[in-house]
Ligand binder design. Structure first.
Ligand code: BTN
Length: 336
């Protein structure tokens, strides 16, 4: 497994300086401003170029940063990131099997809250209910965040719902697109799935030992296979332009942190109200598949613990805590 446990501080300093400076800067000035030797600057400029940064170099004038790579590199994610506590370490992988799997390994080895795994592509990305998550290189966001909330395991559904709210907030703020949420946490744009969240945890004597929040978002996917095309979409497909993955990821980390801290301080009620405002499930007739069982009914409410409350054709109330929801069209539910 090829990983990087986080940026080299000298490289981060150098990059910050180059970002702020439009003109050429000599190697000597760079060395003085960043507190490195000339050789140290030179070595890091080479490393930045190898990472995909375009750096112009001219004799006697020095160096100038022209462009950053379209990668979710730790150096880029951390630059002016507005989070207070969730700030890495960030592991960036060109290829991961599943960022959630890696986060779980790190979690079991004692990695700190805020550890973030970012992959450009996944070979075995996982979705809910044992499904796979399509993760083509450089087109989507595939990340997992490690948390250690001092909470009992039964609060996991509420954190999962809060995460969906954080994605809605982030997309609204960063790129002006507001998806809906299909219970429990599918991000829906124009009736199709734009993203999903997979939360997994390890418990220890009725406490969460660690929690992994995995988020997958289809950003610049130009198309989907015919099997998926009817159900999946991307920001690019719906809006007809490409979107900055880095800006979205940073906004998500900021919004997630705000909601996570709110959840720890004040609990779930206010977040649930916001979830409801974005729900595409409530008030609809739905079918819930739970293995071989199927329950149908009107989605009446989401309870304080995150469960979906259905009213069945017999007028009974059924609480659903897991499963796959299908939204039924009005014509398919003559019994209501
Ligand atoms: C869903 O089924 O809706 C949840 C999809 C979650 C996919 C993300 S991509 C990053 C992280 N790593 C994984 O293997 N899965 C999650």
């Amino acid at each position: 497994m090829q990983t990087s446990p986080g940026p080299d501080p000298g490289l981060v300093e150098l990059l910050s300086f180059l970002r702020e400076e439009e003109n050429f800067v000599s190697g000597e000035v760079l060395a003085a401003r960043v507190g490195l030797s000339r050789a140290g600057v030179w070595k890091r400029l080479h490393r930045l170029k190898a990472m995909g940064y375009i750096i112009e170099g001219e004799p006697r004038r020095g160096y100038r940063l022209v462009a950053a790579p379209d990668k979710l590199l730790p150096e880029e994610v951390l630059y002016r990131l507005g989070t207070k506590t969730l700030r890495g370490p960030i592991y960036h992988l060109e290829i991961a099997e599943s960022t959630n799997d890696m986060a779980k390994v790190l979690g079991s080895q004692g990695a700190a809250e805020g550890t973030l795994i970012v992959a450009e592509t996944q070979t075995a990305g996982r979705g809910r209910l044992g499904r796979s998550w399509l993760s083509p290189p450089g087109l989507g966001i595939y990340v997992s965040l490690l948390l250690r909330p001092p909470l009992p395991p039964n609060e996991l559904p509420q954190i999962t719902l809060s995460t969906a709210v954080s994605v809605v907030r982030a997309l609204t703020r960063a790129v002006g697109v507001t998806p809906g949420i299909k219970w429990p946490n599918d991000l829906i744009l124009k009736g199709k799935k734009l993203g999903g969240i997979l939360t997994e945890m390890e418990t220890e004597s009725d406490q969460i030992r660690y929690l992994v929040v995995g988020m997958g978002l289809n950003v610049n996917n130009p198309d989907f296979s015919p099997e998926l095309g009817g159900r999946a979409t991307s920001l690019l497909k719906e809006e007809g332009r490409s979107f900055p993955r880095l800006t979205i990821l940073k906004a998500w980390l900021e919004e997630f942190e705000a909601l996570y801290l709110q959840f720890l301080a004040r609990g779930f009620p206010e977040i649930l109200e916001e979830w409801k405002q974005h729900s595409v499930t409530l008030g609809k007739y739905v079918a819930v598949r739970q293995g071989p069982r199927q329950i149908e009914g009107l989605a009446r409410e989401v309870a304080a613990d995150g469960a979906l409350v259905l009213e069945t054709t017999r007028g009974e109330e059924v609480r659903v805590t897991s499963g796959e929801i299908t939204l039924e069209s009005a014509g398919m539910s003559p019994n209501f």
